[in-house]
Design a binder for this molecule. Structure first.
Ligand code: FES
Ligand SMILES: [Fe+2]
Length: 352
């Protein structure tokens, strides 16, 4: 086989340009992040009437609140008078929201309460903060910024069925959140998660804890699932590590004290991302075993951050323009194929 034939035998990754290019980044925001169901929070953050929290997806300021009818609402945290950001706190409990510019007030469902510089509330589509589609599944709150998006449970039917068996997910509470800015493109963080060829070298403790000879990565419709037996495990109930299109990772640890962690990777710029890690347990007080689990998970993540940041330094060089997949890196390829489909799809009405 000559050199050309050998080269053609490889499958190539996404072009590295897509990990550094501002134009691609702007397109991803529109076609992926403003058009997908994205995890935004957990019902345990908004248990009481008046509870709210604010957050951003791809630069869009948003808010979730529980109204007087005990319903959850999602809307842009933007005043419909002249576009000021309304709520400045990250979380809290209020009876009413007030814009600090001209004093318009809003009810807990985002509808206008009073506009002091008008003598009517009938202001057409300026009479509420713009609503956003919201769906709760297993106490996780998802939003989709495409008003035409199909319901999440319809689009993610297979995942919904898969997670149904974890009944404890409904009663978990968000106990701890950590955030970290990663100096890398959001896709590089997902790429790192979707293969374990690096595990032996980069995660010695993880590789000792799990049976790496029987490490599985299964592909499903819009998500993947990784699992393996613990080296000392006798039970058939394994920890499962899910990736859900586009930017969510969910780790589920079943058993008596069943618990979960989620990781959201939010794009900040072509070479910068915000990772939000949340830990959910059944009780407010963590057991020693759970504290140990957090230590273990944090350590594995820190090992990954270092690698991903090193990886990003290679994307903007003249060395070569694309990487290649090893035979085990098929989940990475699956992610890249989905990415290309979404980026090629100009019809934004579908909403994933
Ligand atoms: S911009 Fe909010 S009240 Fe004027
Ligand atoms: Fe890793």
């Amino acid at each position: 086989m000559n050199k050309t034939e050998t080269m053609e035998a490889f499958d190539y990754t996404l072009p590295y340009k897509t990990y550094i290019d501002p134009q691609t980044f702007a397109e991803e925001k529109e076609k992926i992040f403003l058009n997908s169901w994205v995890l935004s929070g957990h019902t345990s953050q908004v248990e009481k009437v008046g509870d709210f929290f604010t957050f951003e997806i791809a630069g869009q300021p948003l808010m979730i609140s529980r109204d007087k009818n005990n319903e959850l609402n999602a809307f842009y945290n933007i005043c419909p008078h002249r576009g000021t950001k309304v709520e400045r706190n990250e979380q809290g409990n209020k009876k009413i929201f007030m814009c600090s510019y001209h004093g318009w007030t809003f009810k807990l469902d985002g509808k206008l309460n009073k506009a002091p510089n008008f003598n009517t509330n009938d202001l057409g589509n300026h009479s509420c903060m713009t609503p956003v589609q919201l769906e709760v599944y297993k106490s996780m709150i998802f939003v989709n910024l495409n008003p035409e998006a199909k319901p999440m449970t319809e689009i993610r039917e297979e995942l919904v069925k898969d997670l149904e068996k974890y009944t404890f997910l409904d009663s978990l509470k968000k106990i701890r959140v950590t955030e970290r800015v990663i100096e890398a493109n959001w896709k590089a963080v997902i790429d790192n998660y979707l293969e374990c060829d690096h595990c032996k070298l980069a995660h010695p403790e993880f590789s000792k804890t799990f049976d790496m000879k029987n490490y599985h990565i299964d592909l499903h419709d819009g998500y993947t699932c990784q699992y393996s037996k613990l080296t000392n495990e006798t039970s058939e109930e394994h920890a499962k590590f899910y990736w859900v299109w586009p930017n969510l990772m969910i780790s589920i640890y079943p058993g008596k004290d069943g618990n979960m962690t989620t990781s959201q990777i939010l794009p900040l710029s072509p070479n910068r991302s915000l990772a939000i890690y949340s830990y959910y347990f059944q009780k407010d007080e963590m057991t020693e075993e759970q504290k140990e689990l957090i230590r273990f998970v944090d350590q594995v993540r820190e090992e990954d951050f270092e690698l991903v940041e090193l990886l990003q330094t290679g994307f903007d060089t003249q060395a070569f323009k694309q990487g290649i997949y090893s035979p085990q890196e098929y989940a990475l390829k699956y992610f890249h194929q989905r990415y290309e489909e979404e980026m090629d799809n100009n019809d934004l009405s579908a909403g994933r």
